[in-house]
Design a protein around this ligand. Sequence first.
Ligand SMILES: Cc1ncc(COP(=O)(O)O)c(C=O)c1O
Length: 393
Amino acid sequence: MRPDPLQFLSDELENLKQQGLYRRLRVLEGEQTAHATFDHRSVVNLSSNNYLGLTTHPKLRQAALDAVQKYGAGSGSVRTIAGTMELHMELERRLATFKKVEAVVVFQSGFTANARTVSAILGKEDAIISDELNHASIIDGARLSRATIKVFPHKDVEAARKIMSELPAGQRKLLITDGVFSMDGDLGVLPDLCKAAEEFGAIMMVDDAHASGVFGANGRGTVDHFDCHGRVDIQVGTLSKAMGALGGYVAGTKNFIEFLYHRARPFLFSTSHPPAVAAACIAALDVLETEPQWMEKLWENTRFFKGGLQALGFNTGRSESPITPVIVGEAPKAMEMSDRLFQQGVFAQGIGFPTVARGQARLRTIVTSTHTREDLQYALDVFGKVGKELGVV
Ligand SMILES: Cc1ncc(COP(=O)(O)O)c(C=O)c1O
């Protein structure tokens, strides 16, 4: 028999198991809701990005169903050939108005939007100045661009300024931050970074994946939250988290978006969203614009749950958003804690290296607007009990 040329991967997996970093996928049976069934167990679900509960909102469901009836199941082509449907154009127009920018292009995911925007606009002569905790999609985009990558310590604007001051004045520069950092839940320092970008003539870019639908008026994101309109050249948002469906978008000037229509590779080489997805995203915008109660409830729940974890003595890091990490240190302990919580009806995913730094393993919790006070109190009680059992608090 031929020796397996992929044997080395089994060794890698064994390694992961030994480090406590091996993960089995939890399988969701039914809908993505605040109370859900994973692996045959009914749990309070603190692991989704479904901030506003829109995955199951009646308006999104109905819009998706209607679109399937009217337009079918798929788009059948990439955007630049035959795959641009009326619904895609409508979604982009609606998003541009919502974000108060000239134009928007929608991608298949937030990941693609980040990775392929950065790599479309920059080349090897250019420089990228990036926060050390920026999302993997930004890191990949930076690598794909072949530009010089300069990483500054988390939120250290002075360090970013110093890097830019040492680069040649004529070199094209992109200064980039997450709006909300996905593993810590803290906010990018937008006003100060905008100022630094202005000072050094850099392009300013913000990845607002976790801020879309969560921060700013009606969920317009951190640019709105910090009143930085007109100072951020490139805004990336996602349609996959608070918006309840799937996709990513890039917002900016008309020329910039037209350039991406011509040069962003997923736009040219990967099939566009099925009509049901585009229609659900349009319905999500309707909800954001007319039903502020979901955001209000999200923040009320966030205050209650974050305060409860802190009162129990957990280390919740520097979170300023509905993402509240419970930092426990080593990965095996985080995974053990996550498993024990799950056995007792609370799903909070354990996260270790390489998603977060070694020694910073954590359980990442996200509340949604659809959690009830009872759900959250129950989760706090179980957190307190398991945290004590494991010596975390
Ligand atoms: C900060 C950040 N940016 C981008 C993305 C990618 O978004 P999407 O899930 O739409 O691909 C994520 C998702 O995990 C994220 O956390």
